[in-house]
Structures are given as structure tokens and as C-alpha cells.
Design a protein. Structure first.
Lengths: 495, 314
């Protein structure tokens, strides 16, 4: 068990979760107090002692499921859809064994030779009755049938998951469930027309919405069940260590912003708030303690009077580091929109660390959006307003860096001073328009610094219609900025 | 495994004075299940995770750091554990500017002055020893929790509100269960209290603090648990109404709102509906009482529109 724990801790560290030695010891100690056969209890025990941040929980959970997965012959990938003794050592299902038996009996026979229609029917029934064990059984069936898993293939589970879900077509199942419920109510009403309390013959909008959410929740559960199932089989096939590597979930601060899924974006947004606050605290402290000012000659001489004119105690001037003025010019076209939003959010959240922050957004037209951030405490709301209110479309709504930069130069170029640092955000995919790189050159001449933040991996720069290279020669630095961590680091150095 | 209890806590020594570590005392709970049923008896419905962490906190003699959205019952957990174990609850509400003299202890200088004036004839050495005695010590919550002879649950509420520097005040008490007073020496806990720290996650807590605690994240409850909570906490509510309330709240939480309705707000809403004599909620009634559930006008508008069946714009 200790070996397993050590391996597990190593995996957590590899996934980026900081686990100290004390925490490791605590976990080992804690394990003495919980019954070994209770998997859930062990999960929470280890979680409580090893993981100290809720944003790390997802990564922890994945690692846990891999390391402490249920092992047994049933999870082997083979051609037989199901082995008869399947509910044997799966302790999560054990308790539900009876219900499950009923569920399966009620649906069709055992899994052998089930047609897709039968499976769909079973799925539909499982969702309708919200029978956990039955849902689990359906998940297993679906994976066996559709995922097409091959032993020894070094892939992550995503592909299998996609294949399974595509075949199940859950969207349509959801619609069917809701339709069914609607029909059931109206027929119920028809059967009892004498009841004066129920004049309406259909579901009210509220009820329908609640029903839909209910089914959605069950379908989400099914999805999770399928995911678990695939993972269990992969573990059985390839072992924990190998799989942990390929399934490792990135921490929110390591998610690639440009390719984040919707779920990941939610996690990102959640972690942005504490991140910006943390950054502000750190910067403020740096400002306070960081540097010592130059010698304050006058004060030193005055204090030396008490020691008979010998300057024993040299006095220094209070450090007064200048706060930079920030001008953010961000591309908010589809591909890089979320990246731009996060950067604007972060920069404005720590705007107290800068003397002034001005933001401009563009697609092919450009508009100033600083006004949205002024007088609003909540940067996320301002960011939301940018999406709806900023006037950024000039011709067709495809990125045109050249035109946007030219307009910027004409309208606001005068206001760039040697105190300003200019941040250009975007992937520089210009749709083959003219680059107008001279604007950046002019900007560099006027401003203190010009930085370009590119959310694309460095390898993709200057491929296709990306012309970041043309701008790069006029920038002080071009920074690859794919994750929150990189962004935080850059902004931290800027202030 | 469960039966083995080492009375001296994790240091494993049988003599607390030699080891310098306070006695953990007999375990308060038999098993995780016992915690869960016990908490249910005092009307706190814990899930597996919550019960497990409370159980471990007792066995390992470690503080628990509870995080989660506002109004999910973090403070309530500490109160319920206090009720369950029959302990006194000592609460330290944190705020910006909290310092040693308000959290740990303070010398009662007025009384000290009086003492000096009353005995002006005494030798100074004697007097000095005298005025830094227990008698002149004002115990603040942390010290009080440590010194209390009766069982105690210490709740450090909203620990994320104090400055990063002030957090260090807590470190000694959290890891060693002792308070060092320069003039007096070290005060050790007579019995290790159960300690809960709550945080709304408005800022990152220091690593040092986190390392000393068990971590518990309480999120919004699942549908079933929320329904059960409503049923226990709202007297006189019918099962169908509780079910409907729980489901509507779940639907509202899936919307992208400024602030999701918390459990306590859900309970307030359910109570209101009971008082109003509502048996089944329709969209109209929901709309009229939404202001109890949601605290921003924009959120209320949004939710009302959604519940009335208008498809989300997306």
C-alpha cells in the first residue's frame, strides 16, 4: 500500500499538484484510520491530506481513478462483450447488484448479442427510471459495443469516448425523453378530464425545463459512467503508470487557452479571480520591499549629528518605482477571443499596479474599451460588455491587423508616450491582408516597450497566414502565451 | 484498522509531558458512518466526504480547512460538530486588521497600572513578576480554546480575510496546539480541540497554513442531498414542494449568474413558500419570490426569463 501511495504521490507531483513531504506522511497516517475496503473513504482521505486547492481536485480525481481503479478480469479488453461473473468484485456495483439484475431482466437479457436498437432502448429506459445500476450497465454495454477498443494501443481514452458517444447520440435521446414526458402528461390529462384542478393539457414551461434539466443530469451521469468504464479498461490493459501519463488532466493554470473545452474554460474563469488577486498582492509587496532607493544625503547628514557628525547610519530615499502605463491592443476574433478576454481581465484586475490602463479591441475595425472597465468592480462583467457592445467590425468580421493598426495609429497614436508599454495580443493570422508593420515600428519609436503576446505554440508561428514574424522585428519581445501560468508570469514581470 | 487508537496522537509517545505534545484525548467518533449519523441527528446532512474529513480531523488531531462557495454550510458544519460532541464552540471571526491582541491574548494594562499604584511600597522585581501573571492576562479566542478544560470546537471563520502576514499567528496553534507568551512561557492545550477554518477563497492561503490542515471543499449539494436538507431544515414542507424547490434551484445554478443561489438562500426560499402556503410552484410564483433566492437584479431578471420558458439566447 505504501508503495502504491508513493507512486501515486509521484504522479500527483508530475501532474503539477504540489505535495509536500509532510502531506505525504499525513496521508500515510490517515490511511491507518480508514477501512481499506471502502474506496470512497480512501479517496476522500487522500484528497483531504494531499490536495489543498479545489481547482486541483479534477486532476487529483483522474489520477486517483487510475491508480486505485477496480481491477479484475471483467475489465480486460477482449472480443466477448461480457463475461458471466461480471458483477463479482466491482464493489461499487455490488450493493446495487439486485436492482441491477432486475433492471437488466426488465430490459433485455444479458448483453450477448444485443442489437443497437435494444441497447438504445435499454439506455432510454435506464435514463427514464434513473436507476444508477442500470445506467452503469448500459455504459458498460455501450463501451463494449461501440468504443472498439484494441488491446495495447497507446492512446488516451478521448477517442474511445468520442466513438461511444457518437453512436449513442445523447442529444436525440434527451429530446425523445422530453417529448415522451410531454406526451405522457397530456394523455394523463385526457384520462382525467373531470379533474377541475388540472385545466392545462400540456406541461408548463417551468415543468418542462425542470424535466429537461433532470434528464440532462442523468445523461451527464451516463457520460461520466462511460468515461470511467473506458478508463478502467485502459488501466487493466496498460497499467497505471503508462496510462496516468496520457490521461493526465492539466491544472487550470496549465490549460492551453486557445484549445480549451467549455468545461475547461469554466475552470479557467474560476481560477482567474484568485490568480489576479494573488498577483496584485505579490506585486504590491515587491514594490514595497523590492528595491532600496538612492542615498538620501540630507537625511544622512542630519542623523549623523547625534553621532558627532559621523554618518553611522546611512539613510536612503524612499523607493518610488514608476508605475508603467499599459496600452493593450487585443484581437478578439473567434480563434483568440478567450485568450484576449483572459488577458484583459487579468490586466485590469491588477490595474492598481499600473498608472493607467487603456484597452483597445479589434477584429478588422478597432474600438477603445477602457470605458467598460472604469467604474465597474467586476472585470468579468466589463469583458462581457466588450463582446456585446464594442464596435470592432469594419468590413466582414475577419481579422485584419493591418487596417486595425492603421486606424489605431491615426486616432490614438499621438497618445502613446515614452511611459507607455504597448501589449499587442493576437495570433497575427491576418487573412492575407497587408500587414502594415510600419505602425508597430512607429509604436516602438514612441513607446517604452512593445510586446507581442501570441497564444499559439511557437511552432505554428509564421505558418499559413500567420505573419507574426513581420511584426516581431519591431517588437521588444514576442512571447508565447498559451496558459494562464505563462500569462501570469509575463504580467508579473511587466509591472 | 479502525479500532486502533493511539492516545498520544501522531507522535506515538505515551507521555505527553516528555513529548511536549498535548493529549489528543479519546477519539470522539467510532467510524465515518458514526460521524454521518451523528451529524444527521443534529440536523446537518453530511455527505461521505464531509463525514470522512471530520472523522480524520479527530483521529489525526489536525485542523480542517473548509473551503467552498458562500452559504454552503461551512460555518454550520463547525457548529453542528460542536453540538454533536457536546463541546463549547469558540469562534474567531477574522477581518482585515485582526492582530495578536484580538486573536491570541492581551495584557490587561489598566489592571496592571492599578496593581502598581496599589503597591507602591513593594520592590520592583517582585512587582514585575507579579503584574505579568495569569491574573492580568486577557485570553482571546485562540488562547481561550487552548486553555479550556472542557471539550472545545474552535472555529476560525473566514480566515482568508486576514492579511497574509497575520496568518502566521495561527501557525503555532494549528500545528502544536500551544501559544507562546514571552512573559509567561508556553501554554499547551489540555485537550486538543477540533479546529475548523473556513475560507471563501477570496485569496490564496499560504502554503504553510494549508500544509498543516486537512482540506475539505464543500460545494453545492447534489439534488438528493439538497432535497433532504430542505426537508430537515424547513419544518412543515411537503415532500413534493421540497423536491420542486431543489430541482428549480439546480436549474438556476446551471445558468451563468453573478452569484449562484446558496443552500442557505434555498432554505430561506423554501421557508417563504411554506409561509405563503404554496403547495406547488408555478412560474408566476417563482418569479415573485425569486428575490429571496437571488441578490442581483440582473440575475433575477435572467432567471425569471429562463423559468418562464424562454429559450436561452446562446
Amino acid at each position: 500500500m505504501l508503495d502504491l501511495l508513493t507512486g501515486f504521490v509521484a504522479e500527483l507531483r508530475a501532474a503539477g499538484i504540489p505535495v509536500s513531504l509532510t502531506e505525504h506522511l499525513d496521508a500515510a497516517e490517515a490511511l491507518r484510520h480508514v477501512p481499506m475496503e471502502d474506496r470512497e473513504a480512501i479517496k476522500y482521505t487522500l484528497g483531504a491530506s494531499l490536495v489543498k486547492s479545489s481547482s486541483h481536485w479534477r486532476a487529483y480525481e483522474t489520477a486517483f481513478e487510475i491508480y486505485f481503479s477496480l481491477r479484475g478480469p471483467d475489465y480486460r479488453i477482449d472480443d466477448e462483450p461480457d463475461s458471466p461473473g461480471e458483477s463479482g468484485d466491482d464493489d461499487r456495483l455490488k450493493g446495487a447488484g439486485d436492482r441491477r439484475g432486475q433492471g437488466r431482466g426488465g430490459g433485455t437479457g444479458a448483453g450477448e448479442g444485443m442489437t443497437p436498437e435494444e441497447l438504445a432502448d435499454l439506455l432510454y429506459k435506464a435514463l427514464l427510471s434513473s436507476n444508477d445500476a442500470m445506467v452503469a450497465a448500459v455504459a458498460r454495454q455501450a463501451v463494449t459495443r461501440y468504443a472498439g477498443m484494441e488491446a495495447g494501443r497507446p492512446v488516451g481514452g478521448t477517442y474511445y469516448l468520442y466513438r461511444t458517444l457518437r453512436n449513442l447520440d445523447l442529444e436525440r435521446v434527451l429530446d425523445r425523453l422530453v417529448d415522451q414526458a410531454r406526451a405522457a402528461t397530456s394523455s394523463l390529462n385526457r384520462r382525467a378530464p373531470q379533474d377541475p384542478e388540472a385545466p392545462e393539457t400540456t406541461l408548463t414551461a417551468l415543468e418542462e425545463r425542470l424535466l429537461r434539466d433532470e434528464y440532462q443530469a442523468r445523461i451527464d451521469q451516463l457520460r461520466k459512467e462511460i468515461e470511467d468504464e473506458i478508463r478502467r479498461r485502459l488501466v487493466a490493459d496498460r497499467g497505471s503508470e503508462a496510462l496516468a501519463k496520457s490521461l493526465r488532466k492539466p491544472l487550470p493554470e496549465d490549460i492551453d487557452v486557445m484549445h480549451a473545452t467549455r468545461e475547461e474554460l469554466v475552470a479557467l474563469r474560476k481560477s482567474l479571480q484568485p490568480l489576479s488577486r494573488k498577483l496584485a498582492v505579490r506585486l504590491a509587496r515587491k514594490r514595497r520591499h523590492g528595491r532600496k532607493g538612492p542615498l538620501d544625503f540630507r537625511s544622512t547628514v542630519r542623523h549623523s549629528l547625534s553621532t558627532g557628525g559621523v554618518p553611522v547610519d546611512p539613510k536612503f530615499r524612499y523607493p518610488r518605482p514608476s508605475k508603467p502605463e499599459i496600452v493593450v491592443i487585443a484581437d478578439i476574433s473567434g480563434s483568440v477571443a478567450s485568450f484576449a478576454r483572459f488577458t484583459l481581465h487579468l490586466v485590469h484586475a491588477i490595474s492598481s499596479q499600473f498608472s493607467k490602463v487603456r484597452s483597445f479591441v479589434f477584429i478588422d475595425g478597432i474600438d477603445e474599451v477602457s470605458r467598460f472597465f472604469e467604474g465597474s468592480d467586476d472585470p468579468s462583467e466589463a469583458v462581457h460588455r466588450i463582446n456585446t457592445e464594442a464596435d470592432v467590425i469594419w468590413v466582414d468580421g475577419h481579422s485584419d491587423y493591418g487596417h486595425a493598426l492603421t486606424v489605431f495609429w491615426e486616432r490614438w497614436g499621438e497618445e502613446i508616450t515614452p511611459r507607455s508599454s504597448v501589449l499587442l495580443l493576437g495570433d497575427a493570422r491576418n487573412n492575407y491582408h497587408a500587414s502594415q508593420a510600419w505602425v508597430v515600428k512607429e509604436l516602438q519609436g514612441r513607446a517604452r516597450h512593445v510586446y507581442w503576446l501570441n497564444p499559439e505554440p511557437r511552432a505554428y508561428w509564421n505558418s499559413g497566414d500567420s505573419i507574426v514574424g513581420e511584426y516581431a522585428i519591431h517588437c521588444d519581445e514576442v512571447v508565447e502565451c498559451r496558459t494562464l501560468r505563462q500569462l501570469e508570469q509575463f504580467v508579473g514581470e511587466l509591472a | 484498522m479502525t479500532g486502533v487508537v493511539d492516545p498520544a496522537g501522531r507522535l506515538g509517545s505515551s507521555d505527553p509531558i516528555v513529548s511536549g505534545f498535548p493529549v489528543a484525548g479519546p477519539p470522539r467518533f467510532e467510524s465515518i458512518g458514526a460521524v454521518r449519523t451523528g451529524l444527521a441527528e443534529v440536523d446537518y446532512l453530511a455527505d461521505e466526504g464531509i463525514a470522512g474529513v471530520v472523522f480524520l480531523a479527530d483521529r489525526l488531531a489536525k485542523p480542517v480547512l473548509v473551503e467552498g462557495p458562500a452559504g454552503t454550510g461551512k460555518t454550520e458544519l463547525a457548529k453542528s460538530v460542536a453540538r454533536l460532541t457536546g463541546s463549547r464552540l469558540i469562534r474567531l471571526q477574522c477581518y482585515e486588521g485582526l492582530d495578536e491582541s484580538k486573536a491570541l491574548y492581551e495584557w490587561n494594562y489598566k489592571k496592571q497600572l492599578l496593581r502598581i499604584q496599589a503597591d507602591s511600597g513593594q520592590a520592583w522585581e517582585q512587582l514585575e513578576e507579579d503584574i505579568f501573571a495569569e491574573e492580568f492576562l486577557l485570553a482571546r479566542p485562540l488562547l481561550e480554546a487552548i486553555r479550556s478544560p472542557e471539550p472545545v470546537v474552535l472555529l476560525v471563520d473566514e480566515v482568508d480575510r486576514v492579511e497574509l502576514e497575520t496568518e502566521a499567528l495561527l501557525l503555532e496553534i494549528l500545528s502544536e496546539y500551544q501559544v507562546s507568551i514571552p512573559e509567561l512561557g508556553t501554554v499547551r492545550a489540555t485537550r486538543i480541540p477540533l479546529v475548523f477554518l473556513t475560507s471563501n477563497n477570496t485569496r490564496e492561503l499560504s502554503e504553510a497554513l494549508k500544509r498543516r490542515c486537512l482540506y475539505l471543499h464543500i460545494d453545492y449539494p447534489q439534488l438528493d442531498r439538497e432535497r433532504a436538507i430542505i426537508e430537515t431544515r424547513v419544518p412543515g414542507i411537503s415532500q413534493s414542494l421540497a423536491d420542486q424547490v431543489a430541482r428549480i434551484v439546480r436549474s438556476i445554478r446551471t445558468l451563468d449568474l453573478k452569484k449562484d443561489p446558496s443552500v442557505s438562500e434555498t432554505l430561506d426560499w423554501a421557508r417563504t413558500l411554506v409561509v405563503l402556503g404554496v403547495e406547488a410552484i408555478d412560474a408566476e410564483q417563482a418569479k415573485d419570490t425569486l428575490h429571496i433566492l437571488l441578490k442581483y437584479q440582473s440575475d433575477i431578471d435572467r432567471a425569471a426569463k429562463e423559468l418562464a420558458g424562454v429559450e436561452p439566447p446562446d
